[in-house]
Design a protein around this ligand. Structure first.
Ligand code: G1P
Length: 291
């Protein structure tokens, strides 16, 4: 019987260069998707998946993320004075959402290294990793689906989606065979970080959600720099695969790359269209632009 998955690690130390100049001062995780910073979507997904502790792996200049999930006494007092009860509930709700812990990644040595920075805060239990750039609209939440697979199969689980063509080279790519009982599950036999199209072992791209056993920390400690000269999480999980079962899982839902300008625009339009307060008005506006 596996221990329950109670903690989620959010690697968030990156400089967000894909989004310059917006990210010169503001952490990319704090850019708003409609009216919430993108990291809040990941935190809400984690909480809705049963996670109790949120672990941010941060870096210099990233303090706004912790402040966002803390209480804001001046703002709350002002909202109270003005009788803005609904907004007060929003502000307090964010602060009460989760227990936030954080650790700093002092050097940008790669995603695998960022996850390793959380080793002491996670301890000896299975944990989730959420890459906040990957915003996933799914019901049940993507991580909840994956924890279900982890509990059923008893091995680490990586989220995947099918990507045909050269776009696959931006991802870690899974090798493996589809499970006979559940076509969404892949029995993983290998993985390659950012392969050339002709070297990609499949069309299953790894997306930023992982449920991992703690053994991966020891393996990451031994992982040498790989693709791009960085310590890759993919390489740590590949080492894990020699000792334990690892599964790919094609989640049900839609993923947006909110760390990319175009991906953020797509997410903005689709999330805005779903908002009851102004979705219809926004749809009419879009039709007016492109009849
Ligand atoms: C990271 C991982 C990669 C994964 C991707 C998903 O890459 O290294 O394996 O496919 O996230 O978003 P990055 O996007 O940080 O270069």
């Amino acid at each position: 019987m596996n221990k329950p998955v109670r903690k989620a690690v959010f690697p968030a130390a990156g400089l967000g260069t894909r989004f310059l100049p917006a990210t010169k001062v503001i952490p990319k995780e704090m850019l708003a998707l409609v009216d919430k910073p993108i990291i809040q979507y990941g935190v809400e997904e984690a909480i809705a998946s049963g996670i109790e502790d949120i672990i941010f792996v941060t870096g210099r200049g990233k303090g706004a993320m912790e402040d966002h999930f803390d209480r804001s006494p001046e703002l709350d007092a002002m909202l109270e004075r003005r009788g803005k009860q609904e907004l007060l509930a929003v502000s307090r709700g964010v602060a009460a959402m989760a227990r936030i812990l954080s650790v700093r990644q002092q050097e940008p040595l790669g995603l695998g290294h960022a996850v390793l920075c959380a080793k002491d805060l996670v301890g000896d239990e299975p944990f989730a990793v959420i890459l906040p750039d990957d915003v996933i609209d799914a019901q049940p939440p993507c991580l909840k689906q994956m924890i279900g697979v982890f509990e059923e199969k008893g091995g680490s689980v990586l989220a995947t989606m099918t990507i045909e063509g050269p776009g696959i080279s931006a991802y870690g790519v899974l090798a493996g065979s589809q499970d006979r009982d559940n076509p969404r599950i892949y029995n993983c036999t290998g993985m390659v970080e950012k392969p050339k199209l002709e070297e990609a072992p499949s069309t299953q791209a790894i997306i930023g959600r992982y449920v991992l056993t703690p053994r991966v920390f020891e393996l990451l400690e031994q992982t040498k720099p790989g693709a791009g000269g960085e310590i890759q999480l993919t390489d740590g999980v590949k080492a894990l695969l020699k000792e334990e079962k690892v599964f790919g899982y094609t989640f049900e839902g839609k993923r947006y790359d909110a760390g990319d300008k175009f991906g953020m625009l797509q997410a903005t339009v689709e999330f805005a269209l779903k908002r009851p307060e102004f979705g219809e008005k926004f749809r009419a506006y879009l039709k007016e632009l492109a009849p």
